[in-house]
Design a protein. Structure first.
Length: 225
């Protein structure tokens, strides 16, 4: 089993079993809740463990809309709503409340699993694009840098140099290696240009600039400390 937990919320035991069987085939861990109140109770206890929620709309005690509203007050966990009604107004209502996907019953379990996989893949991709290095947050997709939540303007070369250093965290990198990988092999300038760029980057990172350590006789190393 992998570490992806899917919370399946539906008052019909038969429906929960159907969904569970298909999710288990893909090695997802399944947590079940038979009504809205139980779903909120489970989510309160295991919020950090749940990767996605499959949530039925029509349930006793507490309907899906009420559960959705309460969860969205504290979490942006992906939620797929399941409903017997497929009216456009219902779908728009769901999206306004923060639904990620909306599937009308009856549905193909294989299609449902495919939607689950697509959402989790999309979320995983976003997480991989953004990484935090001791308060220095780098968004690879957007090619942006933030320090303690504030945007830091960098030239393309400064960004590429910083990215190369953090990608090789805790590894001492020679100036020649940095030149070959950041400036590429067709660069014939002086390696002192690296020192100049490092100085600018350190200044822009403020106190976090100390993470870029000078290795005497070698080059530089990035290490959060």
């Amino acid at each position: 089993m992998n570490n992806i937990n899917v919370l399946v919320v539906d008052d019909e035991a038969r429906m929960r079993k159907l969904i569970k069987d298909f999710l288990l085939q893909k090695d997802y861990n399944v947590i079940e809740a038979e009504d809205g109140e139980k779903a909120l109770e489970i989510f309160e206890e295991r919020q950090n463990e749940i990767s996605l929620i499959l949530l039925d709309v029509m349930m006793p005690k507490l309907d899906g809309w009420s559960v959705l509203r309460q969860i969205r007050q504290k979490s942006d966990v992906p939620i797929i709503m399941l409903t017997a009604r497929g009216e456009e107004q219902d779908e728009l209502f769901g999206f306004d409340l923060g639904v990620d996907e909306y599937i009308s019953k009856p549905f193909s379990p294989k299609i449902l699993v495919a939607r689950v996989e697509a959402i989790l893949k999309r979320i995983k991709g976003k997480e991989d694009d953004i990484k935090d290095y001791g308060g220095i947050v780098i968004d690879s997709a957007g090619r942006t840098v933030k320090v303690d939540g504030k945007d830091v303007e960098m030239s393309l070369r400064e960004y590429e140099l910083l990215k190369y250093l953090v990608d090789n965290e805790s590894i001492a990198l020679s100036r020649d290696k940095i030149l070959n990988n950041v400036w590429n092999y067709d660069y014939y300038g002086d390696s002192r240009t690296i020192d100049s760029h490092i100085k600018k980057i350190r200044h822009k990172l403020g106190k976090k600039g100390r993470y870029i350590e000078t290795m005497r006789g070698v080059g530089y190393k990035f290490e959060v400390k």
